[in-house]
Design a protein around this ligand. Structure first.
Ligand code: NAP
Ligand code: HSE
Length: 431
């Protein structure tokens, strides 16, 4: 009996596209037993045909013309792993309108225009799946939409960028300064030639927008996410954090509060006893809290050729199963609420504050007087010996305070003659 085959097209044959091609080959022998038919890549869209030729068994499947794919009715699944907003958005939309199913790893696009893409999928009863767009190989979108659907989720947070986690790990474990750790990440191939999206927190911000939308059933877009990167973190901040029982991580946090959704990415102190504090190097981890499940943590490779392809191929297999059971489009957009997203100034956080003050009697009293005026309560304090400039270095961890109040207190402090320099403010993770 002839084996059933479903034809698919790849858009892009870079890191992830090549990984998808390889993983499908790795699965070739048991695919039919596993999902009831074979998936065959019959077309691959690239810009540079010559560069791609060595990556596939049969170079005649390569094309640089989208029309070859969109007009081919034998292609049922389009796998978008080319990245960028356009033409990716146009190709995905056209494919969905043509009744093809789409898998995408494109967080940049989904964090901005996810709703439009999911609407297009719904209109044509097609599947649009994007497991690889958040935390690469770690299953998190499907667990949030399906396995954890019986919960009201209150928080989804974690380490969703491998490059910055590698840099912060080197700074913490080897005392490196940021620039040296970044240079090492570049040398080892973790950081891209232009590392801006990673070190400035934009990549993590896109993932937080997607996670928040899926977890809280309400659309959060990239522009809603407050973002700070790690470029200002110094080895000294990390040393003080350790003295205070904490580790510094770039955290993406989405929280569902009574006043609306909080969504932010910033370097944060996290207690060294928290499971996320032990997630090192380029690993990612996502922590979820729900009213039924309580805490759940997902850990693994957040990027890379085969880990990311693992998530993409999982989506492809899901689509194949849906096609065979005639139930495509079963789980589409899950944003059925319209919750407000809180402005960061109205969020409540604890803060780590490092400052240089005059080394004389009464200065700490002056500081706490300003704090009291703006409801800032001190939870921990360290004072170091006199510095070269004759000042004392004071490091404080505050209790939870409204962000706007803390900012005003810092502005007022910085205008006091006894305060010579506010060296750093970093948020401290805690409920
Ligand atoms: P990549 O290595 O730069 O590969 C991109 C591929 O897409 C190349 O084959 C490129 O072809 C092709 N391409 C780009 N624009 C095109 C266009 N306009 N027309 C035709 N082909 C085009 O990128 P990647 O790292 O594989 O990432 C792909 C997607 O996966 C992105 O959305 C990324 O955010 C996401 N992602 C990546 C990872 C990861 O670990 N890399 C992890 C999670 C998600 P040419 O080479 O011929 O230009
Ligand atoms: N640049 C990302 C990271 C991988 O360092 O985690 C792609 O999402």
């Amino acid at each position: 009996m002839e084996e059933k085959v479903i034809n698919a097209a790849l858009l892009g044959l870079g890191t992830v596209g090549t990984g998808v091609y390889k993983v499908l080959k790795m699965q070739e022998d048991e695919m039919t037993a596993k999902i009831g038919c074979k998936v065959r890549i019959t077309r691959v869209l690239v810009r540079n045909l010559e560069k791609a030729a060595a990556k596939v068994d049969d170079p005649s499947i390569l094309t640089n013309n989208w029309e070859d794919i969109i007009t081919d009715s034998s292609i049922k699944i389009v796998i978008e792993v080319m990245g960028g907003i356009n033409p990716a958005q146009t190709y995905i939309t056209e494919a969905l309108k043509a009744g093809k199913h789409v898998v995408s790893a494109n967080k940049d696009l989904i964090a901005v225009n996810g709703k439009e893409l999911l609407d297009a999928a719904e209109a044509s009863h097609s599947d649009f799946l994007f497991e690889a767009a958040v935390a690469g190989g770690i299953p998190i979108i499907r667990p949030l939409k399906q396995c954890l659907a019986g919960n009201h989720l209150s928080e989804v947070m974690g380490i969703v960028n491998g490059t910055t986690n590698f840099i912060l790990t080197k700074m913490s474990q080897e005392g490196m300064e940021f620039q040296d750790a970044l240079a090492l990440a570049t040398k080892l191939g973790y950081a891209e030639a232009d590392p801006t999206a990673d070190i400035d927190g934009l990549d993590a911000g896109r993932k937080v927008a997607i996670l928040a939308s899926v977890a809280f059933n309400s659309r959060v877009v990239f522009d809603d996410v407050y973002i700070e990167g790690i470029t200002k973190i110094s080895a000294k901040d990390i040393r003080y954090a350790k003295e205070m029982g904490c580790t510094i991580k770039l955290l993406g946090v989405a929280r569902n509060t009574d006043e609306g959704i909080e969504a932010y990415v910033c370097p944060m102190l996290i207690p060294s006893t928290h499971p996320l504090a032990t997630v090192n190097d380029s690993y990612n981890a996502v922590f979820v809290n729900g009213d039924a499940v309580e805490d759940a943590m997902f850990f693994g490779r957040g990027a890379g050729q085969l880990p990311t392809a693992s998530a993409v191929v999982g989506d492809v297999f899901d689509i194949v199963r849906n096609i065979q059971a005639d139930c495509s489009g079963r789980i589409g957009c899950t944003c059925y609420k319209n919750l407000p997203v809180k402005k960061m100034e109205n969020a409540h956080s604890r803060f780590f504050l490092r400052l240089h003050v005059e080394d004389r009697c009464g200065v700490l009293a002056e500081m706490t007087e300003v704090f009291a005026k703006y409801h800032v309560s001190v939870a921990q304090i360290i004072q170091r010996d006199t510095l070269d400039d004759g000042c004392a270095e004071v490091v404080v961890i505050t209790a939870k305070v409204r962000e706007g109040d803390f900012k005003t207190a810092i502005e007022e402090l910085s205008n006091r003659s006894s305060v010579k320099k506010i060296s750093r403010t970093i948020r401290v993770y805690g409920k």
